[in-house]
Design a protein around this ligand. Structure first.
Ligand code: NDP
Length: 230
């Protein structure tokens, strides 16, 4: 069974719960998922002190000590943003060198509220849903030594994965799996198929920009159908 068939018109989409749909035009809005470490405590405490979005949740951590996991531009951006609220932000990175661009590194390193835990990974998160987070257990990636550091919030910033497995080989994607759209439009490589939101955007990734691009896709699909007399 093919869950999505874009080789015939109308297109067909087969869902788990609601059967098969046909569509003259299709809008893909499957989003992207934040990469997580895979710790049981991370799942358990997601929304209770663990977050993957500083702009969404940073406000709730006024005067708290926070951990940001990752060494890329997102981690630098989130750590810098969180210093507006937090008393201290520790960036935990598994290597001794950042992946982030020089300018983002410099900005984070010049911030007196940001500290770096090099060659470190979060091995566990100590806390409960009732009381929130108390600490993280950090493991040295070179020596394996463990230490506990107090923290009331943990922000995962180790990248995102677009939810595009369904469309592999069917729509043009970039090397990281994001759907490629014609610049400034929601048009994909298949005529009549449009993409919007985080599935085609690894830069802005905000609810408001996703909603805006969703509106663009809806208008574009309607115009495309109208032009074909549908
Ligand atoms: P990246 O893939 O660039 O970085 C992910 C970071 O997380 C890396 O440092 C990586 O470590 C680390 N990491 C990945 N998996 C794990 C793991 N399992 N455990 C611990 N650490 C892990 O993702 P970003 O989200 O930072 O950036 C994505 C893209 O968006 C980039 O092209 C970036 O430049 C861009 N961007 C630009 C911004 C700007 O210019 N303002 C802002 C935000 C993003 P390692 O380095 O060891 O691989």
């Amino acid at each position: 069974m093919r869950p999505v068939d874009l080789t015939v018109r109308p297109f067909t989409v087969t869902t788990g719960d609601h059967g098969t749909f046909t569509a003259d035009a299709l809008i893909v809005a499957t989003g992207a998922s934040a990469r997580l470490l895979g710790l049981p405590a991370e799942r358990e405490l997601m929304g209770y002190g663990v977050s993957a979005c500083a702009t969404c949740d940073g406000f709730f951590f006024k005067d708290k000590e926070l951990i940001v996991v990752g060494g890329g531009d997102t981690a630098m951006e989130e750590a810098t943003f969180l210093t507006r609220f937090a008393s201290k932000v520790t960036v935990v990175h598994r290597r001794d060198e950042l992946r982030a661009s020089k300018i983002m590194q410099q900005r984070a390193m010049a911030n007196p509220k940001i500290a770096f835990a090099w060659n470190s990974m979060v091995a566990d998160i100590v806390g409960t849903r009732e009381k929130g987070i108390e600490a993280v257990v950090l493991e040295d990636t070179v020596t394996g030594a463990r230490r506990t550091q107090p923290a009331q919030g943990v922000f995962m910033a180790i990248g995102h994965r677009p939810n595009t497995a369904l469309f592999e080989g069917k729509l043009a994607m970039d090397e990281t799996g994001y759907i490629v759209t014609e610049p400034g439009t929601p048009r994909t490589s298949v005529e009549g198929v449009f993409a919007c939101g985080d599935v085609q955007d690894h830069v802005w990734r905000q609810a408001v920009t996703a909603a805006g691009s969703g509106c663009m896709a809806a208008i574009e699909a309607e115009r495309w159908l109208a032009a074909r007399g549908e």
